[in-house]
Ligand binder design. Structure first.
Ligand code: ADP
Ligand code: MG
Length: 205
């Protein structure tokens, strides 16, 4: 599904790669590595927020290295959630749909599905400011899977949560793990994804 060949990316004094990786449908890859080793940069290259200086990213055989983020079958859940603070939960969740030109009724329908799926239907009209950590996590996850991405990138999604919320969040990740999707989950903590991961890789640069 995803094939990355000899990816190189430099920023400041830091150079990532050359890096190659293949990921098949249904895989849940746990990516470990020291702080500052380029894990977040790597996910941002796959999602298209950043463009590599060299190397190629293929999705189902097609070169998507220069494809804009909104046209990639990829979504990312950020470490700090990166929700839009002055927007409602509904507008946050449906933002990726808006970016892809979905109509109001399509957005409404998908938000209803996601609300039920992640138990956040009662939050839809709230502003994201004032949500609890666990609620923010659910909203961020809903936004990440809104377009049903084939590839889901998780950048330390559990590190901001306390132990109890972390267990809930692991349940959510079990829910979004699917045979039709591939997931890359960056983490510091081996225990937290032991049951989820189908494969682990140590990230060095
Ligand atoms: P990780 O997620 O593994 O902790 P990052 O991918 O966030 O690491 O960062 C990798 C390296 O790239 C770090 O050394 C970081 O300081 C550097 N870096 C990231 N963004 C920039 C930037 N805009 N300018 C300079 N250096 C950067
Ligand atoms: Mg990081």
């Amino acid at each position: 599904m995803l094939e990355i060949k000899n990816l190189i990316y430099s920023v400041g004094n830091f150079t990532l790669g050359p890096l190659s990786l293949t990921l098949a449908k249904g895989e849940y890859l746990a990516l470990f590595g020291p702080s500052g080793s380029g894990k977040s940069l790597f996910l941002e290259l796959i999602s298209g927020i950043r463009t590599p200086q060299a190397g190629t990213i293929f999705f189902d055989g097609a070169d998507i290295t220069s494809t804009p983020p909104q046209n990639r079958p990829v979504a990312m859940l950020f470490q700090d959630f990166a929700l839009f603070p002055h927007m409602s939960v509904f507008d946050n969740i449906t933002f990726p749909l808006k970016m892809r030109g979905y109509k109001a009724d399509q957005k409404r329908r998908r938000a209803d599905e996601l609300g039920g799926y992640l138990s956040i239907e009662h939050l839809m009209q709230r502003s994201v400011e004032g949500l609890s950590g666990g609620e923010k996590q659910r909203v961020a996850l809903a936004r990440a899977i809104a377009c049903d991405p084939a590839i889901l990138l998780l950048d330390e999604p559990l590190s901001a949560l306390d132990q109890e919320l972390r267990e809930d969040a692991i349940e959510l990740l079990r829910l979004v793990k699917s045979s039709s999707r591939a997931i890359i989950h960056v983490t510091h903590n081996r225990d937290e994804i032991q049951e989820l991961a189908t494969r682990t890789q140590y990230f060095k640069s």
